[in-house]
Design a protein around this ligand. Structure first.
Ligand code: ATP
Length: 270
């Protein structure tokens, strides 16, 4: 019923092998989310609490959602996704109710990983304006914090949030017991881009002349999502040329095309 805002995915198919260039971040997520789900007794035995919530922050398209899905996959947890932006502009009390429903759903589907994308939409720093919209957003965030603070009965539920706008966040959500583990997910470096090109061409018919190191050098500043777009577009160039094998020139043309489109988009938004 709440399908539009809450997406339940019993078994996401993303694995750690599908994520390139951020192995340190994978390790951190495994330690903070996977370990407590797989081996909660370990934390009890040592006598420490696992991190409550993990916040992934960094530019768009760098693999934050993939990371959350891969943990859910690895632990056989249900993956429940909700976008912060879909919680705002609702009727009074509606956002808070959705947050309650979200946690209730997670309790019913334990073990579960709750992924809240664009957390900044409900957890931005308080502004001066006291419009009713702001108050409603505030209530939604308070409900989220209170669900997280109700630690004991949370059970086998881990919470991961993501944002592209870390600087905008209200520091209240970063307090201990809340999102107390921050993991920065940056854009990939050249080695990372090379890895991501290899991942996204795994099932493509690639010609012998394709040089992955060169592709990585070419696509300076590309995010993982950009690399994926370049690969798909390169395939399109091969198809237009009536070939099934994708060559180096296809990747170069794909990169040029996507670059040009991005510049155009920037000009329009200026
Ligand atoms: P946003 O902040 O825009 O939600 P995100 O960081 O959550 O972005 P994802 O949704 O994880 O980004 O990535 C979008 C797509 O880009 C993925 O489905 C994948 O195809 C590709 N991608 C992004 N990062 C990587 C990566 N590190 N390795 C492999 N593929 C990636």
């Amino acid at each position: 019923v709440r399908a539009r805002v809450m997406q339940v995915d019993e078994s996401p198919d993303v694995t750690y092998q599908d994520i390139g260039g951020i192995s340190a971040q994978i390790d951190e997520v495994r330690e903070t989310v996977e370990m407590p789900l797989k081996n909660p007794g370990m934390f009890d035995d040592v006598g420490i609490d696992p991190p409550s919530g993990v916040l992934l922050h960094g530019p768009p398209g760098t693999g934050k959602t993939m990371l959350a899905k891969a943990v859910a996959n690895q632990t056989d947890a249900t993956f429940i996704k909700m976008a912060g932006s879909e919680l705002v502009h609702k009727f009074i009390g509606e956002g808070a109710k959705l947050v309650r429903d979200l946690f209730e759903l997670a309790r019913q589907h334990q073990p579960a990983v709750i992924f809240i994308d664009e957390i900044d939409a409900i957890a931005a720093k308080r502004t001066d304006s006291k419009t009713s919209g702001d108050a409603e957003v505030q209530r939604t965030m308070m409900q989220l914090l209170s669900e997280m603070d109700g630690f004991e009965d949370r059970g086998d539920i881990r919470i991961i949030a993501a944002t592209n706008r870390f600087d905008m966040l209200d520091r209240a959500i970063l307090r201990p017991g809340r999102f107390d583990r921050l993991i920065e997910v940056p854009k990939p470096d050249a080695a990372g881009r090379e890895q991501i090109f290899k991942i996204h061409t795994r099932s493509m018919n690639i010609a012998d002349d394709v040089d992955y190191a060169e592709l990585a050098e070419m696509a300076v500043d590309a995010s993982g999502a950009d690399v994926k777009a370049i690969c798909t577009e390169a395939g399109m160039f091969a198809i237009r040329d009536d070939r099934t094998e994708v060559r180096m020139t296809d990747f170069q043309e794909a990169y040029d095309k996507i670059e040009a489109e991005e510049e155009e988009a920037e000009d329009v938004s200026r």
